[in-house]
Design a protein around this ligand. Structure first.
Ligand code: 5GP
Length: 190
């Protein structure tokens, strides 16, 4: 997607460790017009899929997901980093290791918000090694929901997470793919 690619080249910073900082338009300040175009693009790609819910992880994916959900006319569910007392024992959970911070934590989804009647579209800002997306797949499938596809803004294709997820049979659509990142250099796949 050209607009996202141009915005990355204009405004993103490459941090040590291969982390792309997109705080000026995606992760802290949000460029609403750009995110709206991204959401529309995913809607066009997945509109035949009878999506009933958008599923993401707190917190970076939430803003993106709400825009996507508006096009589909469905709710957003986000996996939470803390468990509400009201969940009781009725929740699905799994362990996560953060790509950007290296910390480990658990995420939770109440059984009340996802079940076997749902067809979910998974949404996230980045896909690197694929762990966050696999966690969403795991949580969705634990609930009995069907994963209709995964939508990612920026795929770091050099890390192979995307290849992995596609090879186990999931439809994954990313808006841009980065094949090289480092020392101020960002190289996209065609
Ligand atoms: P994965 O689990 O696929 O290895 O990493 C994806 C998760 O890590 C995403 O949820 C995203 O929030 C975070 N992430 C991965 N790479 C980057 C990056 O270069 N920049 C930012 N801001 N977040 C990233």
């Amino acid at each position: 997607m050209d607009e996202l690619r141009n915005k990355i080249l204009e405004s993103a910073e490459v941090l040590p460790g291969g982390v792309l900082k997109v705080d000026s338009f995606l992760n802290h300040q949000i460029d609403v017009k750009l995110v709206d175009k991204m959401a529309k693009e995913w809607y066009e790609r997945f509109k035949e899929e009878k999506i009933t819910k958008i599923l993401t992880i707190e917190s970076a994916g939430i803003a993106l997901s709400t825009m996507v959900a508006t096009y589909f006319g469905v709710p957003v569910v986000y996996a939470k980093k803390s468990r509400n007392a009201s969940f009781g024992n009725d929740y699905y959970s799994t362990h996560v290791i953060s790509y950007t911070h290296g910390q480990a934590y658990d995420v939770y989804i109440s059984k009340k918000v996802l079940d076997k009647n749902d067809r979910v579209l998974l949404v996230d800002d980045f896909l690197a090694n694929g762990s966050a997306m696999k966690i969403l797949i795991h949580l969705a499938e634990a609930s009995g929901a069907k994963v209709a596809g995964a939508a990612v803004a920026i795929e770091k294709s050099y890390l192979g997470g995307g290849k992995d997820i596609r090879s186990i049979g999931y439809r994954l659509e990313s808006l841009v793919k980065i094949k090289e990142l480092g020392h101020g250099k960002i190289i996209f796949e065609d």
